[in-house]
Design a protein around this ligand. Structure first.
Ligand code: PGA
Length: 275
């Protein structure tokens, strides 16, 4: 797939009020003890950092209280969950509700491709989660992206358009400007990507423009320019820079590298250097 930026309104400069974001998705990669150790290590490394992107770490549910306690205010690190249920409460054994998150988390990943694949989450459920999180003041990181098969069938634009239009059909303008979109091509996520293939940062910038164009069509340019769009998929210290240099890409959702404190901090520093 190649996207030609010329067909879209090209971003040449990142808007000053669009603060970049580096979010770490710890998935199920660390034990509870490991999550505390990782938090302490990151806290130490980040306490002295000034400026730079907004940083979010997303541990498993059970580690949220301990992780939120391990970070000092000075570190500036925000705590996020990896998922939430779409209903406020009810008979949902094994699920976690939004009011169970609010004491510990101010961000939440929604619709990650691993949840869509393993837990059969639908587009409608993802949107319901987004609405509920916004109602409770939690910032959703909404994951969208195409599979390898969709990419090979030239369906990337169709897939992103469908995912965005489902979201845009339900959400208010105010709600929309509070969330963050993470464009994660499913084939580029390290667990599905043994060869470390990366998308062309220009193509990712084209997708960010497509996302903003769809928002502008539904609402207006101002709303489109306020929404932050992240890239996710095999982001490492040595792959992050070309993505961050694109003015339309406002940061990264980092999986594998986010559980290695030195790597995660290096990614944050590189994002700081380019934003
Ligand atoms: P990765 O994961 O950085 O390990 O590719 C990203 C994600 O799944 O959010």
């Amino acid at each position: 797939m190649r996207l030609h930026a010329g067909v879209f309104l090209v971003d040449t400069k990142r808007r000053m009020d669009r603060k970049s974001v580096i979010a770490g998705n710890w998935k199920m990669e660390v034990s509870h003890k490991g999550a505390i150790e990782l938090s302490r290590a990151l806290n130490k490394l980040l306490e002295k950092e000034e400026g730079g992107p907004e940083v979010v770490v997303c541990p498993s549910f059970t580690s949220l209280p301990a992780v939120s306690e391990a970070f000092s205010k000075e570190s500036g690190v925000n705590i996020g969950a990896q998922n939430v249920h779409w209903e406020e409460r009810g008979a949902f054994t094994g699920e976690v509700s939004v009011s169970q998150l609010t004491p510990f988390a101010s961000w939440c990943i929604v619709g990650h491709s691993e949840r869509r694949a393993l837990a059969y989450e639908t587009e409608e459920q993802v949107v319901a989660k987004v609405m509920l999180l916004l109602k409770h003041g939690i910032t959703p990181i909404v994951c969208i992206g195409e599979s390898r098969e969709e990419r090979e069938a030239d369906q990337t634009i169709t897939k992103i358009t469908t995912q965005m239009e489902t979201l845009l059909s339900k959400i208010t303008r105010v709600g929309l400007t509070k969330l963050v979109i993470a464009y994660e091509p499913i084939w580029a996520i390290s667990a599905n990507n043994p060869t470390g293939e990366m998308p062309d940062p220009n193509d990712v910038a084209g997708i960010a423009l497509l996302i903003r164009k769809l928002i502008a069509t539904r609402f207006d340019q101002e709303a489109a320019q306020r929404v932050r769009v992240l890239y996710g998929g095999s982001v490492k210290p040595n792959t992050v820079e070309p993505f961050m240099q694109e003015p339309g890409i406002d940061g990264a959702l980092v999986g594998g590298a986010s559980v290695h404190p030195m790597d995660f901090v290096e990614i944050i520093k590189k994002a700081k250097g380019t934003s």
